[in-house]
Design a protein around this ligand. Structure first.
Ligand code: ZN
Length: 228
């Protein structure tokens, strides 16, 4: 059994504990700790991304989250959603990472994924954004990926997805989802989200939208249809 180990100033650690305690159920926090647990580093230089998730892999024995001290709360949630998408063995379809893993839950390179790494990243990022949007109302900014959807502003795309996924009428009063509710919302509604129309890595994926990457990865068996 691992643990969630946080390295950084005490008040940052306290904020992270509060945010993940609000955004995830107790069971989900347990799943995060299973096997290897997760290391969290609160630090960031000027040019660093606000958050980053590093999968367990050769040379990375413990999955690792990095967040900047001034990152938004939904950025913290986003990185832990990546972790659950890799660590939760019960997840299927679009709600788990498309990267293949071995029995040790290390992600694998080489083989079929070599050809489709960016399609997998296309899907991984947008599905992570969708789940984060269901779990936590974004205050003080939106995930940058919402700006990569054609024909809609990042603000409107976010509002659309937040209302759709949470089943709410107004953003201000929209309810945060957790646990099965959040995962099921993504599983059932992802196809109707605006973020599924994004092009997160347009150059590397030949301008494919996330939805087109999903289809391709399904064909290659990297995403398994949930209802079979
Ligand atoms: Zn991400």
């Amino acid at each position: 059994m691992g643990k969630i180990e946080i390295f950084g100033p005490e008040d940052d650690a306290a904020r992270i504990i509060r945010v993940i305690g609000e955004a995830f159920t107790e069971e989900e926090l347990m799943i995060m700790c299973r096997r290897d647990g997760v290391k969290v580093f609160v630090k960031g230089g000027k040019n660093d991304a606000p958050g980053k998730y590093i999968y367990k892999q050769e040379g990375v024995p413990i999955p690792t989250v990095k967040v900047a001290p001034d990152s938004r709360d939904d950025t913290v949630v986003h990185e832990f959603v990546h972790h659950l998408r890799a660590a939760d063995e019960g997840r299927k379809g679009i709600t788990r990472t498309p990267f293949p893993m071995n029995e040790e839950r290390e992600i694998l390179s080489g083989g079929i994924i070599e050809k489709y790494t960016y399609d997998a990243l296309n899907v991984e990022e947008s599905a992570t954004v969708a789940e984060t949007t269901a779990r936590r109302r974004s205050v003080g900014g939106r995930s940058g990926y919402f700006s990569q959807i054609e024909g809609i502003s990042s603000h409107h795309a976010y509002i659309h997805d937040r209302l759709l996924l949470t089943g709410s009428k107004e953003e201000e009063t929209s309810k945060d989802l957790r646990g099965k509710e959040a995962v099921d919302a993504v599983s059932e509604l992802f196809d109707r989200t605006k973020i599924s129309e994004a092009r997160i890595f347009p150059e590397e994926t030949n301008d494919r939208t996330v939805k087109e990457s999903v289809k391709l990865l399904e064909k290659e068996g990297l995403i398994k249809r949930q209802k079979e």
